[in-house]
Ligand binder design. Structure first.
Ligand SMILES: [Zn+2]
Length: 264
């Protein structure tokens, strides 16, 4: 079986860096290359060939980590392997990336030495991970000139405005919309795959409603106190009134409650 697998290698072109400066780099992340990634993985080559599936059939230099992250992935094109790697790398270093984007060097001075030390270690790891995630695959030279260089999306759009780095787009969102940085970051990275507009709309959906509810709660409390009413009664009654007449907001519902049930 092993020899058979090895014999499949002849179907692959050898993708090599076209320019000397990239000669020893991992195609996926730019680190030092120590391994070779097969696209598609050798394990799957036989069936890919048998069923004549679309695949790139090329090898590229890879670092140990990218090789380990990818070699079991049945992803058949180089462009999709790049995408897959970036996703897996981002997930693996999610914590460090968050530290890197959340904190700035200037803030370290205000922390206790132990905390500053751990944050700064996290920031370094996160910075390295961010560079690897943003690394653009280099041009390849192989016996197939048709291979295009897959590009990694490097513009970030926020409400029709384009940003060239993730960091500036993130800062823009936090400052312009007054968001909680940590909450927004989690939403953006974990639920919205880096789509800023999607994250903004979900943020509004997720975090604005409770605020409205808090405001309503506070109004009910102060109304109850002012008119010496049981606050559970006031909450239920306003809820009923608003259900009966969808046009009523909390202030109008409380006014109606007062007028029709309390003041008479
Ligand atoms: Zn790598």
């Amino acid at each position: 079986m092993k020899t058979y697998k090895a014999s499949l290698k002849k179907y692959y072109k050898h993708g090599m860096a076209k320019h000397l400066e990239s000669a020893k780099q991992c195609y996926y992340c730019g680190c030092e290359a120590t391994d070779t990634d097969f696209c598609p993985p050798l394990e799957h080559a036989e069936l890919v060939l048998e069923f004549d599936e679309q695949a790139d059939f090329i090898t590229v230099p890879a670092c140990y980590e990218c090789y380990a992250l990818l070699h079991n992935e049945r992803v058949l094109s180089l462009a999709l392997r790049v995408k897959k790697l970036k996703t897996k790398l981002s997930a693996k270093y999610a914590k460090a990336l968050k530290v890197y984007y959340m904190w700035h060097e200037s803030e370290l001075d205000e922390m206790s030495p132990e905390f500053a030390h751990s944050i700064s270690a996290g920031m370094r790891l996160g910075q390295e991970a961010a560079q690897r995630v943003e690394f653009q695959p280099f041009l390849l030279e192989s016996d197939n000139p048709e291979i295009d260089r897959p590009s990694v999306n490097q513009t970030f759009v926020v409400a029709n405005r384009e940003f060239t780095s993730f960091d500036t787009a993130l800062t823009h969102c936090i400052e312009s919309y007054g968001l909680n940085k940590s909450k927004f970051y989690d939403l953006l990275v974990k639920d919205c795959e880096g789509d800023f507009d999607k994250a903004l709309s979900q943020y509004e959906h997720r975090y604005s409603k409770p605020q409205t509810l808090d405001v309503a709660k506070a109004k009910i409390q102060s109304f109850s106190k002012r008119y010496k009413q049981n606050s559970d009664f006031v909450a239920r009654a306003t809820e009923q009134l608003m259900k009966r007449d969808a046009k009523l907001d909390i202030d109008e519902a409380l006014a109606k409650l007062y007028q029709d049930y309390i003041a008479r």
